[in-house]
Ligand binder design. Structure first.
Ligand code: FES
Length: 129
């Protein structure tokens, strides 16, 4: 995992991620197979959300899927970072927790492509437990 040591490195990282986000935004449209939001709050970044984001982009590009990947701020689940929200067409969003690079690839291949839930779903409120 790359460690950010100063403000200059943080700005470079932000700009690099912005470029990737813009590339992914181009695919926005009605034929999307999924939308993915990666939580990039402080706790998410500290837990490896950058690597998760890059793994998602690499797998989506490798499979040439129409998936919109963006970042978002804190989703309120520090204990489960990195967290990723996935929304399939006409379905409620699902948040997955502790999404490392391997789980990111599994989310794409198992949940997005096959529609099978995988471990690590984070309840969105206490009423849903
Ligand atoms: S600060 Fe960690 S989820 Fe909000």
């Amino acid at each position: 995992m790359t460690k950010v040591k100063n403000l200059e490195e943080l700005v470079k990282l932000r700009n690099k991620l912005k470029d990737k986000i813009q590339v992914r935004t181009i695919t926005e449209g009605n034929d999307l197979v999924a939308r993915i939001r990666v939580a990039m709050g402080t706790c998410g970044i500290a837990s490896g959300a950058k690597e998760t984001f890059e793994a998602l982009i690499s797998e989506v590009e490798r499979l040439d899927l129409k998936v919109l990947i963006t970042t978002t701020g804190c989703m309120g689940a520090c204990y489960a970072e990195p967290t990723v929200e996935v929304t399939l067409p006409n379905q409620e969003p699902i948040i997955f927790g502790e999404v490392d690079s391997k789980r990111a690839v599994d989310i794409i291949n198992e949940y997005i492509i096959k529609g099978k839930l995988i471990d690590g779903v984070v309840p969105q409120n206490y009423q849903s437990i």
